[in-house]
Design a protein around this ligand. Structure first.
Ligand code: NDP
Length: 294
């Protein structure tokens, strides 16, 4: 068996195009321009790349993009003051504080200061709690992307056995909630789980969000399983540039899985596209408009 490759790049491009169409519609019909503010503290090179990509894609979708770059040694009070100002700003419908923050800042306090209605990263406890309660919420972007990729293979996830490996607030936990909302049967695994290979062998859907290069082996998988690899790991290559690999041993998995996302070109592509979706949804909700058709 050779698994079908789930083309995250193409699915993300299609989603961005649908967002752009809806943005054009709300601009035309309601004079509403959705706006996203991204706050970057310091000079982490990976964060700078992500922020640039968010800026470009936000503008390409026809939305307003506001960038706030703050020095590494910004005080917590100054950062909180900026967030309060963005919370009040009617042109801003989504606020994203790029993580990780420097150690001198208290991440939880910063996230909790964001107006939940503008929390497009879905990390505020109000949104996490609403999601866990099965209520409408702004959900974290990477798990949303995982669900869209899965549905490109299985339009209904009802009754399917899923395993989510990893329980972070950013990926694993919200992904479990989204899968429950889709009526999947979910196992959540983490660093203390025992018999991970056996747990995986029962799963129709495998989500790896661990941060350990190629940890999930091909012979762990149920034949025909759909595998969504969230991991982004840079491994050194002798005399060359580091290579990007996921949390799944891709070549091995290709021979067993029914469908699989590549790294790069899979989940990573979806994260920013889903950020645009969340910004559009937040703008419509704040303006009292019906939820957009994306
Ligand atoms: P975290 O480090 O916050 O969480 C990792 C999770 O993996 C933890 O729950 C941990 O368990 C679990 N874990 C660690 N070791 C094992 C093991 N041996 N067996 C089973 N579980 C284990 O990472 P994130 O959730 O933030 O990210 C996970 C991966 O996804 C990373 O590679 C990251 O780069 C990538 N990522 C990709 C994104 C994208 O857009 N494609 C976006 C966000 C993340 P415990 O809780 O017990 O410690």
């Amino acid at each position: 068996m050779t698994a079908r490759i789930i083309d995250g790049k193409a699915i993300a491009a299609e989603l961005r195009a649908r967002v752009a169409d809806e943005v054009a519609r709300v601009k035309r019909d309601h004079a509403l321009t959705p706006g996203l503010a991204v706050v970057l503290v310091g000079h982490d090179p990976a964060s700078e790349v992500y922020v640039r990509s968010k800026h470009t894609q936000t503008q390409a979708a026809g939305m307003a993009s506001f960038e706030h770059k703050l020095p590494e040694d910004v005080s917590q009070a100054d950062l909180l003051a900026l967030i309060a100002q963005l919370n009040r700003d009617p042109q801003v419908h989504g606020i994203l504080v790029q993580l990780p923050l420097p150690k001198s800042l208290h991440t939880e306090t910063i996230i909790n200061a964001i107006d939940p209605a503008k929390d497009v990263d879905g990390l505020h406890p109000n949104n996490a709690g609403r999601l866990a309660g099965g209520l409408a919420a702004l959900s974290p972007c990477t798990p949303l992307g995982c669900i869209i990729l899965t549905k490109s293979v299985h339009p209904s996830l009802e009754g399917m056995n899923a395993i989510v490996i990893g329980r972070s607030n950013l990926v694993g936990r919200p992904l479990v909630q989204l899968l429950l909302n889709e009526n999947a049967t979910v196992t959540i695994a983490h660093s203390r789980s025992r018999g991970l290979a056996k747990l995986c062998a029962q799963a129709d859907l495998v989500y790896a969000a661990v941060g350990r290069p190629e940890m999930v082996r091909g012979d762990w998988l149920k034949p025909g399983a759909t595998v969504i690899d969230v991991g982004i790991n840079r491994i050194p290559v002798a005399g060359g540039k580091p290579k990007l690999v996921g949390d799944v041993a891709f070549q091995e998995a290709l021979n067993v899985a029914g469908a699989i996302t590549p790294v790069p070109g899979g989940v990573g592509q979806m994260t920013v596209a889903c950020l645009l979706v969340n910004t559009l949804r937040a703008a419509c909700a704040i303006a009292g408009l019906p939820a957009p058709a994306v």
